[in-house]
Design a protein around this ligand. Structure first.
Ligand code: NIG
Ligand code: FE
Length: 410
């Protein structure tokens, strides 16, 4: 058995036996913290924690790794509930086009964007896609990510969507952290279906979904509900079909326009609605008293220069909020959740505590991992982070761009 005792921890964060699964509204401001603490792990399972004064003598030193966390914080690893980590190549040429005046939408309309990534992915082998994505996951873990959701959606053909999802399935089996798979065949209409939406939606329903279900390739189903992409009615039709195969909706809505997709997704039992840069009062009302997690992606807003989701308004309305990276080659070429934490504080005026809850407890909920991730409690195998020596927790989002995570315990 592999045993680890982390002792002299400056602050043990989000540890407790009765922490809720979701933090809403004003509850998001609270972060439980045990000063001068220890935590003990056996094969990754949390078997004891508390103040140093309660640490008993150690009877069995065999295979015990002692970690001195003097001046350092220990907290649950971040959960990244929205990523597109499997992709073929970066798209920095579009980044330069945007610097020179084109918008993300202009680039998409002339065949770039998601279709650009789809063209490249079609040519890459499953093996290469897997190896690249695994390297990215290792990098994300170094940034503190302890669980990740990954979407398909750069396939856009039966063959390539299945290829992507098989890569994600292998990542589930081989990656050191938990991986959830989301089918996003409805990410964009491929060129040959531009004028034939019916044809592509039928392809999703009649060919992609049955194969995905037969191979058990996805946990969730996503649709990019947006002008020039999928309408609310098209989203509804696709989500309803996915639900027949047991796939829970988790959708892209309200990135550039509020079309009513939030209310529809909530009605269809979505676990989360993601992006939310543009929100109406009706959208907020639809989320109240629902089981759906509003999820905001501030590094996408940063990179595309679009509005940041109004998390303050959502929290004032009593809603929970989760934060995720949206890591992808087009709108967010970074999966660094420490940077997301900082953006949430600087640009969205979340307190450091609210943003941390949005990256841990609420994010774990948004990817169906509340039972294992996002907080520290006995009997759980939650991955943990140890920071470097820092003056306070708020120092992490404050000193943005620096690396404050020293180690992840999986
Ligand atoms: O979440 N908005 C849709 N999909 C991605 C971007 C995909 C891309 O540009 O490759 C997003 O931002
Ligand atoms: Fe996305």
């Amino acid at each position: 058995m592999r045993k680890i005792l982390i002792k002299n921890i400056k602050g043990l964060v989000q540890a407790g036996e009765d922490l809720p699964m979701v933090l809403c509204g004003a509850e998001m401001a609270n972060i439980p913290l045990i000063p001068d603490a220890f935590v003990a792990l056996e094969d990754g399972e949390i078997v004891a924690y508390g103040p140093m004064s309660e640490l008993q003598g150690i009877d069995d030193w065999r295979d015990l790794e002692l970690v001195d966390a003097e001046g350092k914080y220990v907290m649950p690893a971040f959960c990244d509930s929205h990523t597109h980590t499997v992709f073929a190549r970066s798209r920095e040429e579009e980044f330069v086009d945007r610097i020179n005046g084109l918008s993300y939408e202009d680039i998409a309309l002339r065949g770039g964007g998601i279709l650009n990534s789809a063209g490249r992915l079609a040519e890459m082998s499953e093996e290469d896609l897997f190896n690249q994505a695994m390297k990215r996951i290792e990098q994300l873990m170094a940034y503190g990510t302890g669980a990740i959701e990954i979407k398909s959606g750069y396939g856009l053909s039966v063959e390539a969507e299945i290829k992507m999802l098989r890569v994600i399935k292998r990542l589930k089996e081989k990656a050191p952290i938990a991986v959830k798979a989301t089918f996003l065949g409805a990410h964009a209409f491929p060129k040959e279906y531009k004028e034939n939406h019916r044809g592509y939606i039928d392809l999703i329903k009649q060919e992609m979904l049955p194969k995905i279900a037969a191979e058990g390739l996805a946990d969730y189903i996503d649709v990019f509900c947006e002008r020039n992409y999928f309408s609310v009615d098209e989203m509804e039709e696709i989500l309803l079909e996915g639900k027949k195969y047991g796939l829970v909706p988790k959708v892209h809505v309200n990135q550039f326009s509020a079309l009513g997709g939030v209310a529809k997704a909530v009605e269809l039992g979505a676990l989360s609605v993601d992006h939310l840069e543009e929100m109406t009062e009706d959208d907020i009302t639809a989320l109240k008293n629902s089981a759906c997690m509003p999820t905001i992606l501030p590094s996408c807003s940063h990179f595309l220069g679009i509005p940041f989701g109004d998390a303050r308004k959502m929290i004032s309305a009593g809603l929970p909020v989760a934060l995720a990276s949206d890591f992808n080659p087009g709108s967010t070429p970074s999966g660094n959740l420490g940077f997301v934490w900082s953006l949430a504080c600087v640009k969205m005026k979340l307190t450091p505590e609210e943003a941390l809850n949005a990256l841990t407890i609420n994010a774990a909920y948004a990817m169906g991992l509340s039972d294992t991730h996002g907080r520290i409690a006995l009997g759980r195998k939650s991955p943990l982070l140890m920071t470097t020596q820092i003056p306070s927790l708020a120092y992490i989002p404050y000193a943005f761009g620096d690396m404050h995570i020293e180690r992840i315990f999986i």
